[in-house]
Design a protein around this ligand. Structure first.
Ligand SMILES: Nc1nc2c(ncn2[C@@H]2O[C@H](COP(=O)(O)OP(=O)(O)O)[C@@H](O)[C@H]2O)c(=O)[nH]1
Ligand SMILES: [Mg+2]
Length: 328
């Protein structure tokens, strides 16, 4: 069967997509964010159940509808759970039919097919797990029951938001992580990379909490080794903790110049001027001036500061979501 999708003239702009920040000369490139335009989950009759848009390209809804009805026609011939792909001049489409539901991912031409296929596979299986029974037992046509699934799609497509807590030993990194997560989360210690990892996003407004947020707290002295550079890979936000002594703030400058600026230029850094309860501490304003980065004053061992760090995190995560999150 030959389907000429080119005839459908799906119109997308050819604007280079800058979401990845990828640079050939970069020794530790951020994991390249796939340039996924959208994910669509639809019935074999062509009725869209969930539509999640990520790309910046304008999607012409009429053309999309035409495309989908053509699509659902030949999808019926697809064997179960097989993942197929097709290409237009601007995009690659990957799709599957799984338990009577079609999952389509529209990706960019440079995306790695195997990676997108894997995402199609995960999304279709998760959708079947969540709604297979509802659809089998007669769904009432109400699309709102699928709204919740947007979070699952976001996590599969965009991945969790990695927040790395960096800074020298003893400045209060682990205390800060505990303050952020409270008693609700048990830290998971990963000995091989000597890091505590916590998956926690309860500080977000439920409507903004579409992706999980994973905190990485690296134990031990921060050294500018190759290992550190690779551990930070994929970081979307760095919390640079200092104990607010003049000496530590000055030394922390090195972390910024030798590590962050060199390898993670596009990663936002929020400085935590910790131990504000101690004498001789520098004020957050002064720390901000010395380091040239936005700074929040903190006492990580004082629970009253939980709201302060949550508020700061909310702002930063919302910025990340605005930049790379789903459009709707
Ligand atoms: N006075 C004071 N002590 C703190 C504060 N934050 C952490 N500490 C203490 O500093 C020490 C080192 O903290 P820790 O979180 O283990 O630092 P890490 O090595 O950066 O993970 C511990 O004894 C903490 O109780 C703070 O804001 N004020
Ligand atoms: Mg620690």
């Amino acid at each position: 069967m030959i389907i000429n999708l080119m005839n459908l003239k799906i119109k997308y702009s050819f604007e280079p997509n800058c979401r990845s920040g990828f640079n050939q000369s970069h020794p530790f490139p951020e994991k390249i964010t796939p340039m996924i335009e959208y994910v669509n989950i639809l019935t074999v009759e062509g009725k869209s159940l969930v539509f999640r848009e990520y790309g910046d390209a304008e999607i012409d809804q009429d053309l999309l509808a035409g495309f989908l009805s053509a699509f659902s026609g030949f999808m019926k011939e697809l064997s179960l759970a097989e993942i197929k792909s097709t290409q237009t001049e601007a995009n690659q489409f990957f799709y599957t039919l799984y338990q009577n539901v079609i999952v389509v991912i529209c990706a960019g031409l440079t995306d790695v097919p195997e990676e997108i296929k894997e995402k199609v596979d995960i999304v279709s299986r998760k959708f079947a797990d969540a709604y297979g029974n509802v659809l089998k037992e007669g769904w009432n046509g109400e699309r709102s029951i699928f709204h919740e699934f947007a979070k699952v799609i976001d996590d599969v497509i965009l991945g969790p938001i990695k927040v790395s807590i960096i800074g020298y030993g003893g400045v209060g990194k682990t205390s800060l992580l505990k303050l952020i997560c409270g008693k609700e989360v048990n830290l998971e210690y990963i000995p091989t990379i000597t890091a505590d990892i916590a998956n926690y996003n309860n500080f977000l407004d439920p409507k903004d909490a579409t992706r999980s947020v994973v905190f990485w707290d690296f134990a031990g002295q921060l050294q500018f080794s190759m290992l550190w550079q690779s551990l930070l890979k994929g970081t979307k936000l760095a919390l640079l903790v200092t104990d607010s002594t003049y000496q530590n703030v000055t030394e922390s400058k090195k972390i910024i110049t030798d590590l962050v600026k060199k390898y993670y230029e596009n990663v936002p850094v929020l400085v935590i001027a910790n131990k504000q309860d101690l004498q001789n501490r520098l004020s957050p304003e002064l720390v901000e001036k010395l380091l040239g980065l936005p700074t929040v004053g903190m006492i990580s061992i004082n629970r009253e500061y939980r709201a302060t760090i949550h508020e700061a995190l909310r702002k930063e995560i919302n910025k990340i979501n605005q930049k790379e999150g789903a459009k709707k």
